[in-house]
Design a protein around this ligand. Sequence first.
Ligand code: UDP
Length: 237
Amino acid sequence: MEKRQELYAGKAKSVFTTDDPDRVILQFRDDTSAFDGERMESLDRKGMVNNRFNAFIMETLSAAGVPTHFEKRLSDTESLVKTLEMIPVECVVRNIAAGSLVKRLGVTEGEALSPPTFELFLKNDALHDPMINESLAETFGWATADQLAEMKALTFKVNAVLKQLFADGGLLLVDYKLEFGLFKGQLVLGDEFSPDGCRLWDAETREKLDKDRFRQGLGGVIEAYEEVGRRIGVSFD
Ligand code: UDP
């Protein structure tokens, strides 16, 4: 597999073409951003930690029957994935109230959400990822009704698998964001799953062990990512 030119640089990952048009390489960088890219910092080891974390989660999901773009980890900071046509809609499931939900609805952080909630956001930094719904997504052609139904079903399937995985490591999966894309017409999970895109709390102390440590300036960001990784069986050696 030959790595060719950079196709796109996101806030934390870069995408490179390869000699196979159906495969691209994701490079996980040390860059960390918050507030739609308003705050940027480089955190030592982050690329390696998130690449390994994501590989572990994608393999776990794939084994549980969730179709993903993940092919294999190539190096400490690179993974090979299928080339997707991305759907510009972010799917968020919440098991516990936190983040924007608390701000928007005035509910208490930490409140258990039963049943878990499902939200859609438009992937658009310039507009600050506004909340949308199925009607808007269909009308503006961001996703079809069938794709939205499948995205919702897969996002909840991910919840069942990962809630248990994290619970076994003494962690609460508070909420997370997923992105999907199409590979030769098939809907598959894309992007990444790492503590950058989810909230994880210690089940006993409720200590935050995810990107909120960066957003809230709590320090120990990468140490927390490694701690949650270790608890679920990710190897960082
Ligand atoms: N999230 C994300 N990217 C985004 C927005 C949200 O990965 O652009 C994740 C976030 O880390 C959290 C979940 O989605 O795990 C719900 O985020 P929320 O709506 O509470 O927004 P935030 O508080 O992150 O602005």
